[in-house]
Every structure is written in C-alpha cells, then in structure tokens.
Design a protein around this ligand. Structure first.
Ligand code: NAP
Length: 253
C-alpha cells in the first residue's frame, strides 16, 4: 500500500469524470485537495464527497488557459491549504471533426486547454514544488495520442502532453519532482457520452460496442485512472518519472 504522507494536491477539471474520481481518491490517500474547474459552483459535489468522508478540500474556479486566473488560483490554494506539491493536469475538452471540416477555433480551443493549460498550471505550481524539494506531476494524455480519426486536434495535443511530461521529468528531477503521463483508453464519462452523441448512438450501445474491442472485456471507469494516479503521486513512486502509463484494458501499440 501507499505510504501516506499528507500533502496538498491540485486536480484540474475535477468537477466531474476522471478529475472528480481522482480528487476523491487523493483525499482518501490523506491529501488536502484543491478541486479546480471552470465554474467554482460545479465543484461542490466533489468537495462535499471529500468533506463528508472526513477529508479536506476547497473548490476553486479557474480557466486553466488564462495565466492570470491560474496564478491567482494556485496562490489561493497555497494560502488556504498549504504549498501544493501534487498536480494533476486533467482538465480537457474535445472538439472532434475531420480535418477538412475543422474550424481553426476548434484547433485552438483544444490546444489551449490541454497544452497551454498544463503549461500554465505546471509553471505556477513548480515554484512551490521546487521550494519544497518535492513534487508529483501527472498529466492526462490519451490513447488518441497515437492517432484517432476525427481527432487531429486532440491527438496532437495528447501527443504534445507526452513530450511536455518527459521534458518536465528531465528539468525538474533534481528538485525531487517526478512527472508522468497517464494515457487512458475508453473511460465512461461525459466526454465519451459526447462522442456517442456525435456518432448518433445511445451511450449504452456505445459502451457495449467499445467493450468488444477491449481485451479485459469492459470499458474503463474514472476510478481505474484515479488508482493509477494515486500510485504515481505517492511517496514510493519517486523513481518512476518521464513515463507514459497506458490504462486502457490492454496493450497499445
Ligand atoms: P469530462 O468529464 O468532460 O471532464 C472534464 C472537465 O474539465 C470538466 O469538468 C470541464 O469543465 C473541465 N474543463 C474544461 N475546460 C476547462 C478549462 N479551460 N479550465 C478548467 N477546467 C476545464 O472529461 P473526462 O472524460 O473526465 O476527461 C478528463 C481528462 O482525461 C481529459 O484531459 C481527457 O482528455 C482525458 N481522457 C479521457 C478519456 C475518456 O475516455 N473519458 C480518455 C483519454 C483521456 P466543464 O464541464 O465546465 O466544461
């Protein structure tokens, strides 16, 4: 089991889906958790789940693509919960389309949340991590990084996240900071519900169809990703850095 040591964790996009499950899991691991999302009020359910179980959490509204908002949010977390030394860059959006139909705004929107967002959050939080000589950064990539029809923007961003992560590992390792990427396969969340709608399928049929292509015979749940992030943010994961861990119910080639 993980060695428990209470730290302050920040999880972006934690109002729902993988981010919410991760925030709840990190609180169970003993950490104080800052639940960040676009709309502060939308974080209430995640925060309540944590505090009802005896944990410590605050909700913080922030657009991760805004430098001013990111700096203010990280400062608030440091004041209210203590210096953040765990960061999970999870906030994400999809704007799927084939390249010939993709508006430039949809390319920019996806880059701004996934890449600019992870960059801004990490830049602000690493100042605290380097001062503490400890840090655990986990960035959400995706199996789509290897290419996926209709996702030229998202695939490029998620491949970019992998290069970003490996470079963080190289630059920040000497400060006791690790950086890893988790690359989920199909996880049942609002994001995949959105994909089902675009394909004119019911979410239920989409889940059944997806499971037939997954070696373990089921789709993933947000808790599957949270469990992997729990390990990567633990004290004992200090020698795992610069890795991309595929959590997809089977191998990815
Ligand atoms: P989700 O249910 O759509 O949740 C994403 C969250 O991010 C939402 O609460 C959203 O807020 C928030 N967000 C979006 N833009 C933001 C911004 N600019 N600033 C702050 N928060 C923002 O997605 P999910 O399925 O849990 O995915 C979480 C992460 O895993 C994403 O990075 C995604 O790309 C990755 N991933 C997911 C899957 C999958 O199958 N689900 C697979 C591979 C990778 P709003 O609700 O207000 O928009």
């Amino acid at each position: 089991m993980n060695t428990i040591s209470q730290r302050t964790a920040i999880v972006t996009g934690a109002a729902r889906g993988i981010g919410a499950a991760t925030a709840i899991r990190l609180a169970k691991d003993g950490h104080a958790v800052a639940v960040l999302d676009l709309d502060e009020a939308s974080c209430a359910q995640t925060v309540s789940a944590i505090t009802a179980a005896g944990g410590r959490a605050i909700a913080v509204g922030v657009d991760v693509s805004s430098p001013e908002q990111v700096d203010a949010a990280v400062e608030r977390v440091a004041v209210e919960l203590g210096a953040p030394t765990i960061l999970v860059n999870n906030a994400g959006i999809i704007r799927d389309n084939l390249i010939f139909k993709m508006p430039v705004e949809d390319w920019d929107a996806v880059m701004n949340v996934h890449l600019r967002g992870a960059f801004l959050m990490t830049k602000a939080v690493q100042a605290h991590m380097t001062a503490e000589m400890h840090g655990r950064i986990v960035n959400l990539s995706s199996t789509s990084a290897q290419g996926n029809r209709g996702q030229v923007n998202y695939a490029a961003a998620k491949a970019g996240v992998q290069g970003f992560t490996k470079t963080l590992a190289i630059e920040l390792g000497r400060f006791g900071i690790t950086a890893n990427a988790v690359a989920p396969g199909f996880i049942a969340t609002d994001m995949t519900r959105q994909t089902a709608a675009r394909m004119n399928m019911s979410f239920e049929d989409f889940l059944v169809s997806a499971a037939t292509h997954i070696p373990v015979g089921r789709v993933g749940q947000p808790e599957d990703i949270a469990a992997t992030i729990s390990f990567l943010t633990s004290e004992e994961a200090g020698y795992v850095s610069g890795q991309v861990i595929y959590v997809a119910g089977g191998p990815k080639d």
